[in-house]
Design a binder for this molecule. Structure first.
Ligand SMILES: [Zn+2]
Length: 145
């Protein structure tokens, strides 16, 4: 994704010292890693990437063409969670873009591909509203059912 947060994620991975590898480490992410973060996890030789929620718009799991090095040293990927916690991060992503850029590519994509998720995200208050985590989780739980 082209967000400062995502860029920070991949920059952090690439800043790990290269004198060693990280096969025993696990990278946790609320959203499915983007192409940059997933590639950085491969490059740092992180053992496992675990994410809670799909990112249908910007997620890269299963979309990278593996190099010979990646085949020889695979990255184990876990996710998404099969519960409300596995939906909430994607709903928050959609809600953010409904607020920030309602006519942009992200919202357009979700309206075309996942209209049910847009409807659920519209139930959430905007990022500058008075939302609470329990309230957002309840919205996600209702959408999972
Ligand atoms: Zn990323």
């Amino acid at each position: 994704m082209r967000t400062k947060w995502a860029a920070r994620g991949s920059r952090t991975l690439l800043a790990l010292p290269s004198e060693r590898t990280y096969e025993g480490w696990k990278l946790y992410s609320s959203l499915e890693p983007c192409h940059m973060c997933l590639a950085a996890a491969f490059q740092a030789r992180v053992g496992t990437a675990s994410f809670a929620s799909r990112n249908a718009y910007g997620g890269a799991v299963g979309k990278l063409v593996p190099s010979r090095d990646h085949v020889a040293r695979p990255l184990r990927v876990e996710g998404p969670l099969d519960c409300a916690a596995g939906l909430l991060p994607e709903l928050l992503l959609i809600r953010h873009f409904l607020w920030r850029s309602p006519d942009g590519d992200v919202v357009r994509f979700y309206r075309e591909e996942q209209p049910g998720l847009v409807a659920a995200a519209e139930e959430l208050p905007p990022p500058d509203g008075n939302g609470t985590l329990p309230g957002a989780y309840a919205t996600a739980a209702a959408a999972v059912r």
